[in-house]
Design a protein around this ligand. Structure first.
Ligand SMILES: *[C@@H]1O[C@H](CO)[C@@H](O)[C@H](O)[C@H]1NC(C)=O
Ligand SMILES: *[C@@H]1O[C@H](CO)[C@@H](O)[C@H](O)[C@H]1NC(C)=O
Length: 409
């Protein structure tokens, strides 16, 4: 894979959205990306009722299916979801009758001739405009948003509740899951992620901090507190420890494009589940098993609570997820081969090839290997995305976004 670009967003972690698209004026130079548009999605707010500051930090971004030349996306911070339209403008109208070129109204008595306005080309302008603001529906922090396959509704999930919205309606949403116990002292489990099925608009899943996934069918009842399917792997009693529950918490759940499988990410592994089998996953991949002996220090520095995302490639044949030291892992499902790669500035020269990395655990360290003890736990790849049709990936490493793509000639 060749590195395409490294772009320093430089504006604090994920506060601003920067979209990267290939440079259209140089269509033949594959392998170079520029920032397409940057805009402020959320501003800091204050919740007067609870005397809490709401950070502008963006928790999730979701694209809507494209229906015309413009792109639409949903972005959310802890409390407020926004729908944005991103559109291009490369022409402007000139020769209006009622106003002059600066936009000032002309004196109607001095208009003597009728002009036909003409379109003049101008430098490409990318505009981001807020279209809808969906606020005041979440008491706890929003961790997921997911657009439904009906293209009309979406869900938003916080620690204890999931709401269903219509994309056009901002002043009301429907609560479809509520796991808040009457007595908060009985709270044992929180919702960690939720997603709609890619094809069946009545089906969605949500994962929990106890390592389980519940599949719900909105046709069976309006409030989906009772699940239709419950996915849980029986715990191996021999490996039980103080950290078992923490590391089994699911940080991300993603349906395959086909809708047949789903993937979950917990602290140490990625699991693939067949929707028709609830008792155990059909595939399990170790992400960084060498950390099992380090859980104590990862608990002390809070890393054990990091929320790693995971993603499928366009044809569901491969999986990707992040790790520490700016490493990310890719798994080929049919050959069961896996690779560890690193997102770094050194390796990000255009057309450079990424070298597989290896972590050594004890014993003699070979050349090119890195020992577990020298991994940098402040450098982590939590967010990854795979292009839906091509072999192009995006990897977010703190303030940097790396885009890598399959070898090009
Ligand atoms: C895109 O490529 C053209 C032609 O090389 C260059 O002039 C332009 O600055 C590039 N655009 C951006 C946004 O970098
Ligand atoms: C997804 O990964 C599989 C296995 O590596 C590969 O055969 C397939 O071409 C990939 N699909 C896309 C769209 O990149």
């Amino acid at each position: 894979m060749a590195v395409l670009v490294l772009k320093l967003l430089g504006l604090g972690y994920q506060r601003r959205l920067s979209l990267q698209f290939p440079n259209k004026s140089r269509p033949h130079s594959r392998g170079e990306y520029n920032v397409y548009s940057t805009f402020q999605s959320h501003e800091p707010e204050f919740d007067y009722l609870k005397s809490l500051e709401i950070e502008e930090k963006i928790n999730k971004i979701r694209w809507l299916p494209q229906q015309n030349a413009a792109h639409f996306l949903l972005s959310t911070n802890d409390k407020t979801i926004k729908l944005w339209k991103i559109s291009e403008r490369d022409k402007r109208a000139e020769g209006y009758n009622l106003k002059d070129e600066d936009g000032r109204l002309r004196d109607p008595f001095r208009i003597t001739a009728l002009r036909v306005p003409i379109l003049k080309p101008m430098d490409l302008m990318v505009e981001a405009s807020p279209r809808r603001i969906f606020a005041n529906a979440h008491t706890y922090h929003i961790n997921s948003i997911s657009v439904n396959s009906d293209h009309e509704t979406y869900l938003s999930a916080d620690d204890l509740r999931i709401n269903l919205w219509h994309l056009e309606i901002t002043d009301r949403s429907f609560n479809i899951v509520d796991i808040k116990p009457v007595n908060m002292e009985e709270l044992t489990e929180v919702i960690t992620a939720a997603e709609f099925h890619p094809r069946q608009c009545n089906v969605f899943v949500y994962s929990s901090s106890k390592g389980t996934v519940r599949l719900c069918d909105m046709r069976s009842s309006a409030l989906c507190d009772r699940h239709s399917k419950f996915f849980e792997e029986p715990e191996d009693p021999s490996s039980r420890s103080f950290f078992s529950e923490i590391i089994s918490s699911i940080s991300d759940v993603k349906f395959s494009h086909s809708g047949r499988y789903m993937m979950t990410r917990d602290y140490l592994s990625v699991k693939v589940w067949d929707l028709n089998m609830e008792t155990r996953p059909v595939e399990t991949y170790q992400v960084h098993e060498y950390l099992r002996s380090k859980l104590c220090s990862l608990y002390e520095n809070d890393c054990i609570f990091d929320k790693f995302e995971c993603c499928w490639n366009g044809s569901d044949g491969a999986l990707m997820t992040g790790s520490y030291n700016n490493f990310f892992r890719m798994f080929d499902r049919s050959t069961r081969r896996d690779v560890t790669l690193e997102a770094s500035r050194e390796s990000s020269k255009p057309r450079a090839i990424l070298k597989p990395r290896k972590v050594c655990t004890g014993g003699k360290r070979k050349k090119d290997e890195i020992s577990v003890d020298s991994l940098d736990f402040n450098k982590k790849i939590l967010h990854t995305a795979w292009h839906p049709l091509q072999n192009i990936i995006a990897v977010a490493a703190t303030n940097n976004l790396y885009i890598f793509q399959d070898k090009v000639n």
